[in-house]
Design a binder for this molecule. Structure first.
Ligand code: GLC
Length: 481
């Protein structure tokens, strides 16, 4: 029998409303991909997925079609907090925005003040849970993402045994980044009436942090790649939760994120100087020369152009790239780093440019336009991330014929194939990276072989459809348990 399964999907950020990191790409695409799964009566279930987001100030500034749908109170010691919920529709999907004092008092999506973020996202999570009582639509599943929404699952679990309205709801928790747990927030938990947990398996320090509480409460735990799902069970990547996660292995399934192939398509991308498909790769050179010109690098199609794009953060291993390039100073290459973040690493990027003024450009800013041209014109994409739950940039790079050289970890290991679509190295260290880069450069000097790698990458299927099917299987399995 087929049925309609209702999913309430909670996230702190989502395209096209607000984007800080990769979470927004996933929360913007996965719900729509689930809704689009082909429905065959009698065979398949269909999914009515609805998204819930905080009404961040940045969203309010651009919103003009928000319709009020509910008003209620969320319990907080010392004075219940009024909640206003608004609704809009995006790509045919209903999206709810939650507003209330803890959200309206902060201008940014995340701050460096853990305590205030914890208050804000505890409020958001519990208001989203309470919303289920104020709609003429009931979720079968609440799907939370990362620490920001984890307390909706914990709140649900704590109330489920005494509240018939919530009893039937099952839960999925997607982990995009395990080390960000939300911080110690025992006071906030008790202020919102959440009872302390006492579970012998979860370490004491974890029992007052949102992410571990979400893991504890979830029926299904989904890290964003199969390799990351295995890695978090080890001391190197488990952040102290590996012993607990090992007790939950039956509930853990890694599912690789997809790529929004409508947005990332080199054949239709109007921000490129020249568009191309896998059969007309020489056209890419126009983009490469345009880049070299724009960045005042020597205009020479034969010099390998290496790039890094994204958040400048310890996780991403920029220092490893910088060491590698310094060690390869006698080779011919050009290197561009685009992004912003950690001031120390930003300075290290500027220093590299100062030391290699002819062949390095450190472009320290967020620049979507330039990033497209880099994907579509550069030759090699460097991603020496220390850990990478999934990673999106390597998939975009492959789709744009820019060959990835990556640390063999998490989603990088699951998406890049050595010698077929890119190059991998085993340890996040300059010596290992250098060997992989040397392998890449030696193939780069054989254009026909290089083109084959580019074509292989461009033809990989990274569509969201495949991931959505796997999530659909998880939803169905937890509902039938
Ligand atoms: C986080 C992870 C990244 C992942 C993204 C979306 O930003 O660091 O690896 O791709 O979430 O799941």
């Amino acid at each position: 029998m087929s049925a309609m399964i209702n999913i309430l999907f909670l996230a702190a950020e989502a395209e096209p409303f607000v984007k800080i990191g990769g979470l927004a790409d996933v929360a913007g695409s996965l719900p729509l991909a689930l809704r689009a799964l082909p429905f065959q009566p009698a065979h398949e279930d269909a999914f009515d997925v609805r998204l819930v987001l905080p009404l961040h100030r940045a969203i309010l500034a651009q919103a003009n079609t928000l319709r009020p749908v509910a008003e209620f109170l969320v319990y907080r010691r010392g004075g219940n907090i009024p909640v206003q919920v608004f609704q809009t529709s995006s790509g045919g999907m209903l999206v709810y925005f939650i507003d209330g004092a803890p959200l309206s008092s902060t201008p940014s999506v995340y701050s460096s003040d853990l305590a205030s973020d914890c208050e804000k996202y505890a409020f958001f999570s519990l208001a989203a849970l309470e919303l289920t009582r104020h709609l003429d639509w009931q979720p079968d599943i609440i799907h939370a993402n990362d620490w920001h929404t984890a307390l909706a699952l914990y709140g649900l679990r704590s109330r489920q045994s005494t509240d018939p309205a919530l009893m039937h709801i099952r839960t999925v928790f997607t982990i995009h980044n395990l080390p960000y747990m939300g911080g110690e927030c025992a006071d906030v938990l008790s202020a919102y009436g959440l009872r302390p947990l006492n579970d012998a398996y979860l370490p004491g320090w974890a029992q007052t942090q949102p992410l571990p509480l979400g893991l504890w409460a979830a029926d299904a735990i989904v890290p964003v790649s199969p390799t990351y799902a295995r890695e978090i069970l080890t001391p190197n990547f488990g952040c102290g939760l590996d012993p607990y996660l090992k007790t939950r292995t039956n509930c853990i399934t890694g599912i690789l994120n997809g790529l929004d192939v409508n947005c990332w398509n080199p054949a239709t991308d109007t921000t490129l100087a020249a568009r191309f498909n896998p059969d007309e790769l020489p056209v890419r050179t126009i983009n490469k020369i345009a880049l070299q010109k724009a960045l005042e690098l020597k205009e020479d199609a034969s010099v390998p152009l290496l790039v890094m794009i994204g958040r400048i953060d310890q996780q991403k291993g920029l220092d490893i790239t910088f060491d590698t390039l310094r060690q390869m100073k006698d080779r011919t290459w050009q290197f561009v780093v685009l992004g912003s973040g950690d001031p120390t690493l930003e300075n290290a990027a500027r220093n590299l440019q100062a030391d290699f003024p002819d062949c390095v450009r450190a472009v320290i800013r967020y620049d979507a336009f330039l990033s497209h041209l880099l994907y579509g014109g550069a030759d090699i994409f460097l991603m020496p991330s220390r850990y990478e739950p999934c990673g999106l940039a390597q998939m975009i790079a492959m789709h744009y014929g820019c060959i990835p050289v990556v640390h063999s970890t998490g989603g990088l290991e699951d998406t890049v194939q050595e010698g077929k679509t890119g190059f991998l190295f085993q340890e996040a260290e300059a010596g290992f990276m250098m060997e992989a880069l040397e392998r890449a450069l030696s193939i780069y000097s054989a254009p026909e072989k290089w083109q084959r790698l580019q074509q292989n990458g461009m033809r990989e299927d990274f569509s969201w459809h495949r991931s959505a099917r796997q999530y659909a299987d998880i939803y169905k399995s937890i509902l039938s348990d």
